[in-house]
Design a protein around this ligand. Structure first.
Ligand code: NAD
Ligand code: TYD
Length: 333
């Protein structure tokens, strides 16, 4: 089997490539990534010389180059992780989200249709549903995205579905909850807070800290994606949620406690525009194809914090090179 993974130099994509190369000795992986500020080949150092791994620098919006890659590589599976992913950046600079998330996904779908593939796994998100005060989202709930990020992801998700309905392209879609673990860019809340505290800086908690996220350890998500890739049904959507709901304040206190810091490090800052109150996923459908999260938040957050403690050079470089400009814009500093 040959897998064309897009966005494989990012957080979940790189964890997924490690997972696949570790589990399936006969699978080949071609990783195409534009290497935006979030794409980082350091995440793939351990596999860069692996016989079954190849990297091609490419923008998924570049239809000519994508066509050449499909013609040359003839992938069996496409797994589309490539995206602009940070909600706060989608509020500051939304066009890049429409370009990559919608147009880029469309280019991949068209090219996959032209060459024929066995499976197109499109990585969507729980944020496409919008916010839910009580209960949990099911796969057939309507999409009510609230940020330019989630609206662009919802558009891509619907385009992918339409290629199954109209052209019988073998598309499967996953909508996962908030991931955490190694290699997450330190603008997202967990690596941002952990790295700030390790640098003895304050941590910016939005609004009252009462917003709730449903956390999933990235390894569990990769195993869920693997299950859907191999055992999901064409045209179907699968929620992949960790079921570990925490308010942001609860999450912050867990991180502070783990790092032996007190609440004086919290800086309550202005809330995010359009900030979704709560995400929660019903995972009955994916459990029917044999997947359940294996890690508890209590254990996996400790492992995650340990990883960021032991890999300071990984995130320090990113914070220095890529994060400072955005941080200035975000906080007018
Ligand atoms: P990330 O931002 O860490 O990585 C995105 C990757 O895509 C980067 O390597 C970047 O260089 C690449 N990329 C961006 N634009 C590109 C383009 N035009 N062409 C080629 N490559 C491009 O993101 P992530 O957190 O790993 O998320 C991966 C996917 O999972 C995204 O589609 C995201 O919407 C989805 N998702 C993420 C989460 C989460 O909690 N992180 C939750 C649900 C869904
Ligand atoms: P984030 O990691 O950006 O993921 P998402 O917005 O996709 O869920 O944010 C997770 C939660 O943490 C969200 O409710 C916003 C909040 N948050 C803060 O309170 N402070 C921060 O500096 C960041 C980045 C996020």
């Amino acid at each position: 089997m040959k897998l064309l993974v897009t966005g494989g130099a990012g957080f979940i994509g790189s964890n997924f490539i490690h997972h696949i190369l570790g589990k399936y000795p006969n699978y080949k992986v071609v990783n195409i990534d534009k290497l935006t500020y979030c794409g980082n080949l350091d995440n793939l150092e351990k596999v860069e010389n692996h016989n079954n791994y190849k990297f091609i620098k490419c923008d998924i919006c570049d239809s000519e180059k994508i066509d050449e890659i499909f013609e040359e590589e003839k992938p069996d599976f496409v797994i589309n992780f490539a995206a602009e992913t940070h909600v706060d950046r989608s509020i500051l600079e939304p066009y890049s989200f429409t370009n990559t998330n919608v147009i880029g996904t469309h280019v991949l779908l068209e090219t996959a249709k032209k060459y024929g593939i066995e499976r197109f796994l499109h990585i969507s998100t729980d944020e496409t549903y919008g916010s839910i005060n009580n209960g949990k989202f099911k796969e057939d709930d309507i999409l009510m995205p609230n940020s330019p990020y989630s609206a662009s992801k919802a558009s891509a998700d619907l385009l992918a579905r339409s290629y199954f309905k109209t052209f019988s392209l073998p598309v499967v879609i996953t909508r996962s909850s908030n991931n955490y673990g190694p290699y997450q860019f330190p603008e997202k809340v967990i690596p941002l807070f952990v790295s700030n505290l390790l640098e003895n800086k304050k941590i910016p908690l939005y609004g009252t800290g009462m917003n709730i996220r449903d956390w999933i350890y990235v390894q569990d998500n990769c195993e869920g994606l693997d299950a859907v890739l191999h055992r999901g049904d064409d045209g179907e959507i699968y929620n992949i949620g960790g079921g570990d709901e925490k308010t942001n304040l609860e999450l912050t206190k867990i991180i502070l406690n783990e790092l032996g810091k007190d609440e004086s490090h919290i800086e309550y800052v202005e809330d995010r525009l359009g900030h979704d109150l709560r995400y929660a996923l019903n995972i009955e459908k994916v459990s029917k194809i044999g997947w359940q999260p294996r890690h508890t938040f209590e254990d996996a957050i400790k492992e995650t914090i340990k990883w960021y403690k032991e890999n300071k050079s990984w995130w320090k470089k990113l914070k220095k090179e890529a994060f400072s400009e955005y941080y200035k814009k975000q906080y007018n500093k």
